[in-house]
Design a protein around this ligand. Sequence first.
Ligand code: NAP
Length: 210
Amino acid sequence: MKLAEDERILVLGGSRGLGAAIVTEFSQKNFNVTSFSRKSKIKADFANPEKWNDILIQVKEYHPTRIIFCAGGGPYGPYGEYQWKDHSWALKVTFEFPAFLLHYLIQNPLSELQQISIIGSSIAESKPDPGAAAYCAAKHALRGLVTSLQKENLPFDLRLLSPGYMKTDLLPIDSAPRNEGRARDPFDIARLMIHSISDPALRLQNQSFD
Ligand SMILES: NC(=O)c1ccc[n+]([C@@H]2O[C@H](COP(=O)([O-])OP(=O)(O)OC[C@H]3O[C@@H](n4cnc5c(N)ncnc54)[C@H](OP(=O)(O)O)[C@@H]3O)[C@@H](O)[C@H]2O)c1
């Protein structure tokens, strides 16, 4: 679906990194775009299931034509050195909340909502990611969910957009991908993603952005 002038674009997790770059790119083109997250003007914590129904109300009140789910994260280091709450946080933010949101919006379609894009990870969704096991598990699960749902009869276009390494808070300053020049500028990826999601020929298709 091509971008219409009256689009209402909701970026879930748009306060920093890739999400913020997507928000900025849309704003500069004068689109109506907003972010929900812990530090956004509209507060939402995707790791707290007690608040999920409140977030659904906020989503409906915005009347989005497109949703881009950008939030994700998790602890970095040996699995056993973190507490379960840290892994649980990663699973909730990266997988459980978007799975819950998709379930709700399939059961209760919003008339204006035409497309949902979920940000995956070209690395963590299909290969091991040592030191980031919970995050990697959540990204694998997201890919399984989206690719399975794409075979069902959905009330909206659904896409998985999978970036490679990017220079954001998620990627430590002294990490190998940054040191080796393999981490990309999130604004470059945001522009490529916007171009991709506005191409109707790519409906229900997934794309990597390495
Ligand atoms: N950076 C990379 O190398 C890389 C590679 C592959 C895939 N990705 C994926 O790209 C997406 C964006 O990542 P990024 O690199 O831009 O990360 P980032 O800079 O750490 O930004 C993460 C975003 O998620 C939001 N968020 C985190 N926890 C949240 C929570 N509990 N509730 C609500 N919002 C929450 C943050 O907002 P608040 O802090 O305001 O809540 C922030 O806007 C993620 O899905 C990530 O897995 C990143």
